[in-house]
Design a protein around this ligand. Structure first.
Ligand SMILES: *Cc1c(COP(=O)(O)O)cnc(C)c1O
Length: 405
């Protein structure tokens, strides 16, 4: 394995860190599409099962050279001691939490969560005797009141989906650490490019690699980052025996994704910032939510925490479902779907898709209205996006003014 000098900047690490070259000296990372590994002798087989060295593998569910390259590269980028790659973002969220918790433990979680994260915390962990208290993520007083001496972990999305509220990583970490609780951060919307979560106090950082790491809509994947003790001592035994490991082919896709992630995410963020600035105040929009806008409720925190607004914005179209659907159906540069972080601009109506399952009172509490449209800004020309959004809003406006049939 090549060494990664600590002093390298993130963009350099994203291209070179963790590379393991075979005896052929290939330039591009090899895909080791093998589930197993051959031992020189029965004695070697026995020795490897007693203790596998850092570059010795047993079975792909436990580890694989291509997957290890991805784990080492993302760990170097994030400034984490180690990483475990998983089959999806949800395998990472559920694996991180389930591997560390047991019946009787107490967890405090932010309420504004991706639908499947909420399901894991509210429906699954509680079924196994874990007590979960939900709080309003941006409100530090609620965290302070909810975290108890027996709280084992706190969980939150640093930027919530889809309304982009921001949780203060340093603030919540200080409260949690005062009671010895682990801080687990789902950092998808912050992206590995802008993340400083570990230096800000997070103990465990999770990404859905499906999003910005692949960034081109090809593969599901995830990763759990943390201390070597936590990753190898707690996460690995759980993941390797329950089966949520990443496949070598996926790891190769993600390695290639990491090479260009820095360029993609910075370009998409710049475009999202320009689009948000252009659309703010549009007569057909009651709200433009974007962490990079000074009007965002936690803009100061965003400046401190990541320094960038990210690749996603949320628009609230006036006129509810009818108008927002007219807007969505008129978009030509971009697609209606539900992924994010992709090279293609993706628009999602959360109230009717990703967050459909939420009861109305929770949708209201989280601000997930019928007119809300989540926009993941892609790599198209920014001018083309602005022109397209403006014409689609014009269609929605004409629809609004016409009498309903
Ligand atoms: C997409 C997403 C996940 C789940 O990731 P998958 O790769 O789809 O399993 C978890 N958390 C957040 C915040 C996400 O956006």
């Amino acid at each position: 394995m090549t060494d990664t000098p600590e002093k390298w900047n993130a963009a350099t690490k994203a291209v070179h860190a963790g590379t393991r070259r075979s005896q052929y000296g290939e330039v591009s990372e090899a895909i080791f599409l093998t589930q197993g590994f051959v031992y020189d002798s029965a004695e070697h087989a026995e020795a490897r099962f007693v203790e596998a060295g850092p570059d010795e593998f047993i079975y792909a569910r436990y580890g694989n050279p291509t997957v290890a390259m991805f784990e080492d590269r993302i760990a170097a980028l994030e400034g984490a001691e180690d990483a475990f790659a998983t089959a999806s973002g949800m395998a990472a969220v559920s694996g991180a939490l389930t591997s560390m918790l047991k019946a009787g433990d107490h967890v405090v979680s932010s309420r504004a969560l991706f639908g499947s994260c909420l399901y894991v915390l509210e429906e699954i962990l509680t079924r196994y005797g874990v007590e979960v208290t939900f709080v309003d993520g941006p409100d530090l007083d609620q965290w302070k009141a909810a975290i108890r001496p027996d709280t084992v972990a706190v969980f939150f999305e640093s930027v919530s989906n889809p309304t982009l509220t921001v949780v203060d990583i340093a603030g919540v970490s200080a409260l949690a650490h005062a009671h010895g609780a682990l801080v687990v951060v789902d950092n998808v919307f912050a992206t590995p490019v802008y993340s400083r979560a570990i230096e800000q106090g997070a103990d465990v950082v999770i990404y859905s690699a499906t999003k910005h790491i692949d960034g081109q809509g090809r593969a599901l994947g995830g990763v759990i980052l943390g201390t070597r003790d936590f990753i190898r001592g707690t996460v690995e035994p759980y993941m390797k025996h329950t089966g949520g490991s990443m496949s070598p082919f996926t790891a190769w896709v993600m390695l290639k994704g990491l090479e260009t992630m820095n360029l993609r995410v910075r370009a998409q963020t710049a475009s999202a910032q320009t689009l948000a600035e252009r659309l703010e105040g549009h007569p057909m929009l009651s709200r433009v939510i974007y962490p990079g806008l000074p009007s965002h409720a936690q803009h100061d925190l965003v400046t401190r925490q990541t320094g960038a607004g990210g690749t996603v914005l949320a628009l609230e179209v006036r006129g509810g479902k009818r108008a927002s659907y007219a807007f969505l159906n008129s978009i030509k540069v971009g697609v209606i779907s539900n992924n994010l972080g992709d090279a293609k601009t993706i628009l999602t109506p959360p109230a009717f898709t990703t967050h459909q399952r939420l009861p109305q009172d929770q949708k209201d509490a989280l601000g997930i209205s019928e007119g809300l449209v989540r926009v993941s800004v892609g790599l198209e020309d920014t001018g083309d996006l602005i022109a397209d959004f403006e014409q689609a809003l014009q269609v929605a406006s004409e629809m609004e003014q016409a009498p309903a049939e």
